[in-house]
Design a protein around this ligand. Structure first.
Ligand code: MF3
Ligand code: CO
Ligand code: CO
Length: 290
């Protein structure tokens, strides 16, 4: 007796199609890459067309929140008020804010100001001031599907340094996204991002990474934003959904983890900036889902 799936058997992916009309070619191709030393992403974790539709719909909510905040986030608002706007918008649109109660996180979004690298906790006593830069990170769950994205917001007149790190961090995200292509290295992303940051005198945080996302908040694979030399690593294949979210530091990439269990600061207390999207690898390249 053999477990080998036959060409006319139903495909292992659950599409209901015959194996030979579905993932047979994928299995043959990825086997060749495996022999070359690539890590093959577990096929069961790949997203179906239906899953991707669900994540795309969650992405509409996430993007809607980030757009809504463009006019609301200004001098004098507390990060608690921002959190209230995020929570209300999310529930009003039939979704759930993924951060709320996630591993004990107390709020519905992360608000990371200036030297805060990520996971800043909204707080009624933290009032945005002229010159601040703030990353707001939103993850919405709609019908069980997750979409994760973040942007930078500027408060009033910001310094040239602050504007520059915001711009370069966005370029780092965009350059990372441009690397997404099926049957190439996932590590091409970090290999492209880190030199771009370094060219501007910045560093890339190593303690936190992008991640698979969609059916859970954080899934495989881990997406590093720094260069991994020539390590082959994971092969990108159609149906992989993950985030790219490089954290770009003005000084050293070293981070301090505060004892609130969440807040991450630059060790040297210089500025940090981050932008994030959720993406899917397609047959020809990628689609941004947020
Ligand atoms: N949205 C963050 C990310 O990009 C994760 C935040 S976890 C939380 O992965 F609990 F702090 F919300
Ligand atoms: Co996020
Ligand atoms: Co993320």
């Amino acid at each position: 007796m053999s477990n080998k799936i036959l060409p006319n058997d139903p495909c292992w992916c659950g599409s209901g199609k015959k194996y030979k009309k579905c993932h047979r070619r994928f299995d043959i191709e990825t086997e060749a890459y495996r022999k070359q030393g690539y890590t093959i992403f577990p096929p069961k974790l790949l997203k179906s067309a239906q899953d991707i539709e669900g994540i795309r719909a969650a992405g509409v909510i996430t993007r809607g929140i980030l757009n809504m905040l463009e006019t609301e986030v200004k001098e004098g608002i507390s990060t608690e008020k921002i959190d209230n706007l995020v929570r209300e918008y999310t529930f009003d649109h039939g979704a759930i804010p993924a951060p709320l109660n996630y591993k004990g996180f107390p709020k519905s979004c992360c608000t990371s100001i200036n030297e805060c690298v990520c996971h800043g906790i909204p707080d009624e006593n933290r009032i945005l001031q002229n010159g601040d830069i703030v990353n707001i990170d939103i993850t919405s769950i709609l019908n069980g599907f997750y979409a994760d994205s973040s942007r930078m917001y500027s408060i009033g007149d910001i310094s040239e340094n602050a504007q520059k790190i915001i711009t370069v961090a966005k370029e780092c995200l965009d350059i990372g996204i441009e690397q997404i292509k099926p049957y190439t290295r996932l590590n091409n992303i970090g290999d492209a991002i880190e030199p771009h940051a370094q060219k501007h005198g910045y560093s890339i945080v190593r303690d936190l990474c992008g991640h698979g996302v969609g059916k859970e908040f954080h899934e495989e694979p881990e997406v590093v934003h720094y260069a991994q030399a020539r390590r082959k690593g994971v092969l990108m294949v159609p149906g992989m959904v993950f985030t790219i979210e490089p954290m770009v530091n003005e000084g050293s990439y070293s981070c301090d983890f505060l004892n609130d269990g969440w807040t991450v600061l630059t060790a040297d207390r210089k500025l940090s900036a981050q932008w994030e999207h959720t993406l899917v690898v397609t047959e020809t390249g990628y689609e941004i889902l947020t």
